[in-house]
Design a protein. Structure first.
Length: 372
């Protein structure tokens, strides 16, 4: 019968495909990873002197000093002489009490600034109510006078007043406001924040998603500090991105910061792609040393990445079958719907008949041809 022949062909094709997947998994295990490692090793190390000077000119002294020390702690990197001189200069600037106090006071009064001291002053102002009231008054003045207002700052100020009596969460909106004023929040995340803050103010209680973002932000800050958190946070688009950064920074804070700064836009999806691999952060650190070419090589993923993905998803299918997930789904479906249960019984009967037919066909002998 045509139907049974088609069914038999499909069953044979499935069996052959599973056998081929098993053999391919054995042959190509780690091949793309080895190609990627060789590609990264072949690239020259990047000279970070220009990036350090740019951070210094932007007033981000703590980050510039961290990068300069990163270079001097890795003697194989180029620009050792320049980095050594910058370490001395930046340490003097970092340890200047007058400069730290001046920046912190500026952040406390005007609520803006890119340096860690200025953001710290702005956060301190928000913790004593002054900052939230100041920002709401400024945004109200802008609206009355026809100037462009910042809905994100206004929304966070409202949430800051709402959470004023809860210190554990009050500093989180203050930190996000500081990030916004330092241009460290993306437009997409700003829109997400506005919606979440409005839900919180309307309900007079923190929105669960917003509360989770505050929790993940605290985890991220505990591992990276204020300045580094601001540097990586500009690539966040939603709460899931914040959770991913917090998870990866928990075990690899320096690697996450340097990779995100080097990769720039598009770095977070790439980090999420490699972060769960056994050697993912080893590749991320190696790609960071190589600069933009290293990030491009990592994004390409090796010459045989398509083979690796095919094998990986094939292994997931086999693992799903081994864990009996399809069987559990069908069992739950049968328990809920009598029609589905009858359909499954019909399928069992049909497949059993097909199997018996195939056995009968295999042992049936063809009649000998007769000649006239």
């Amino acid at each position: 019968m045509p139907f049974l022949k088609t069914l038999r062909a499909l069953m044979i094709a499935l069996a052959c495909g599973l056998a081929a997947l098993f053999l391919l998994s054995s042959l190509t295990q780690g091949l793309a990873e080895r190609r990627l490692t060789r590609s990264l090793s072949a690239l020259p190390d990047h000279d970070f002197t220009a990036e350090i000077l740019a951070l210094q000119n932007q007033g981000r002294v703590s980050e510039a000093l961290d990068w300069a020390r990163y270079v001097t702690n890795n003697p194989a990197l180029p620009g050792q002489a320049a980095a050594g001189g910058l370490v001395v200069t930046l340490e003097q600037e970092q340890n200047s009490v007058w400069r730290q106090a001046d920046r912190a006071a500026k952040g406390f009064i005007v609520g803006s600034g890119a340096s860690a001291e200025e953001m710290g002053g702005a956060i301190a102002a928000d913790m004593v109510v002054y900052g939230d009231c100041r920002d709401l008054l400024i945004q109200g003045y802008y609206k009355v006078t026809g100037h462009e207002t910042d809905a994100v700052v206004a929304a966070l100020a409202g949430v800051g007043l709402l959470t004023e009596l809860v210190d554990a969460v009050d500093w989180a909106p203050a930190m996000l406001k500081a990030f916004r004023k330092a241009n460290a929040l993306s437009q997409r995340f700003g829109d997400w924040l506005i919606a979440a803050c409005r839900r919180s103010v309307k309900a007079r209680a923190l929105d669960p998603d917003l509360n989770q973002v505050f929790t993940d932000l605290k985890r991220l800050h505990d591992r990276l500090g204020l300045a580094k958190t601001a540097a990586v946070f500009k690539h966040v688009n939603d709460g899931a991105d914040v959770a991913a950064l917090a998870k990866y920074a928990e075990a690899h804070p320096d690697e996450v910061y340097r990779f995100m700064v080097t990769a720039g836009d598009g770095g977070l999806p790439l980090l999420r792609r490699v972060g769960d691999e056994p050697r993912g952060f080893e590749w991320a650190a190696q790609a960071t040393r190589k600069g933009a070419p290293g990030i491009a090589a990592l994004r390409k993923g090796g010459e045989l990445r398509h083979v690796t993905l095919f094998v990986r998803y094939g292994e997931r299918v086999l693992r799903t079958l081994r864990l009996e997930r399809p069987q559990r789904f069908l069992h739950a479906l049968a328990m809920r719907s009598p029609a589905a249960r009858n359909a499954l019984w019909a399928g069992v009967a049909l497949l059993a008949l097909a199997a018996l037919w195939q056995v009968r066909a295999a042992f049936r002998q063809k009649p000998s041809p007769r000649y006239a």
